[in-house]
Design a protein around this ligand. Structure first.
Ligand code: SF4
Length: 316
């Protein structure tokens, strides 16, 4: 990739002291490990909409579908101020070429899921979405989004990072010009990655590309992008991964000796039984792809969806 991936992020996760109590919530994985590949675009809804540091803490109250954003002690209502600012801010963010957003969990302004909404009796219910996060996700429904807490889960982290890398490649391809040739090439290189998330999604996208000449270009790219992000948003499973690994074996029918085939089958089985992580069979496949210069597989992003330094696909 020529440039770093641009991601929106809740400012306090970068270590900036913007929280209501004057503190921050620096996340070292985000700033250091992932930070090597990312150019962050920080957004602190509360400070940017005009609140001071420090400030009184806020909470959501009322109906979960349309809660009010009020201070916990003096009950000042900041809903209208926040919504007005957020609608303007998401317009500005359209120019930022974001490939995703990482939100601070549990915040009444920035939280993505399960934000507390207090009812008339003062009881909290974890059913809300931060006010800014909701407006952002409505404006950018296809953009990969996550919370920092959920990114500590290995599978959710892997899925999110995979999606932001794909989104970046998608943006670069579209920026180069929306031609059918580029779309076919993009699709071809992502086939196995798509298959590892959803055989159905993979098939639907294949049908869309096959009928591409009958669809107006803008509509085609719009449909493809929606299917792409929906498919990659589906969780991969051991069963789906094994399907892809076995599929890849088919490309080495001629080259591999019976002993090499047996070794691959044994390693796939060890992965199936959760004795080794996915990175183990993938590494062996990469070895054979390089050794035999397999033309189709060497272009597959499935074999290198993200930098090895991020240590993904390493869990069992
Ligand atoms: S959670 Fe959101 S609103 Fe609160 S300090 Fe962090 S960025 Fe600002």
């Amino acid at each position: 990739m020529e440039t770093k991936i641009r991601l929106g992020i809740s400012t306090c996760l970068l270590g900036e002291k913007v929280r209501y109590d004057g503190g921050h919530k620096m996340d070292r994985y985000l700033t250091e490990t992932l930070g090597n590949y990312i150019q962050y675009v920080p957004v602190c809804p509360e400070v940017e909409c005009g609140m001071p540091i420090p400030r009184e803490a806020l909470r959501q109250v009322g109906e979960p579908a349309s809660p009010r954003l009020v201070t916990t002690r003096t009950k000042q209502d900041f809903t209208d101020q926040m919504v007005r600012w957020a609608k303007k801010r998401v317009q500005e963010l359209e120019q930022e070429e974001l490939c995703g957003f990482i939100f601070k969990a549990n915040s009444p302004s920035s939280g993505m899921v399960r934000v507390k909404v207090y009812d008339a009796q003062g009881m909290p219910h974890k059913v809300g979405v931060g006010l800014f996060a909701r407006i952002f996700m409505e404006r950018f429904p296809l953009l990969p989004v996550e919370e920092e807490g959920r990114l500590h889960d290995a599978k959710l982290r892997e899925n999110f990072i995979e999606r932001i890398f794909v989104y970046k490649r998608w943006r670069e391809m579209v920026a180069a010009g929306r031609t059918l040739g580029r779309l076919v090439s993009f699709h071809t290189r992502h086939k196995l990655l798509l298959l590892s998330h959803s055989p159905q999604g993979h098939n639907s996208m294949g049908r869309l590309v096959a009928s591409a000449k009958r669809i107006p270009p803008n509509e085609l790219f719009e449909q493809y992008q929606r299917l792409l992000m929906e498919t990659l948003g589906l969780k991969t499973t051991v069963k789906k991964q094994i399907n892809v690994l076995q599929h890849m074996m088919g490309y080495f029918k001629q080259e591999l000796s019976p002993d090499e085939k047996q070794e691959l089958l044994e390693i796939i089985d060890q992965y199936r039984q959760a004795y080794v992580p996915l990175i183990v069979p993938i590494t062996l496949f990469n070895h054979y792809v390089r050794k035999y210069d397999q033309p189709y597989l060497k272009d597959q992003h499935y074999l290198r969806p993200h930098p090895v330094e991020l240590q993904l696909r390493n869990h069992v």
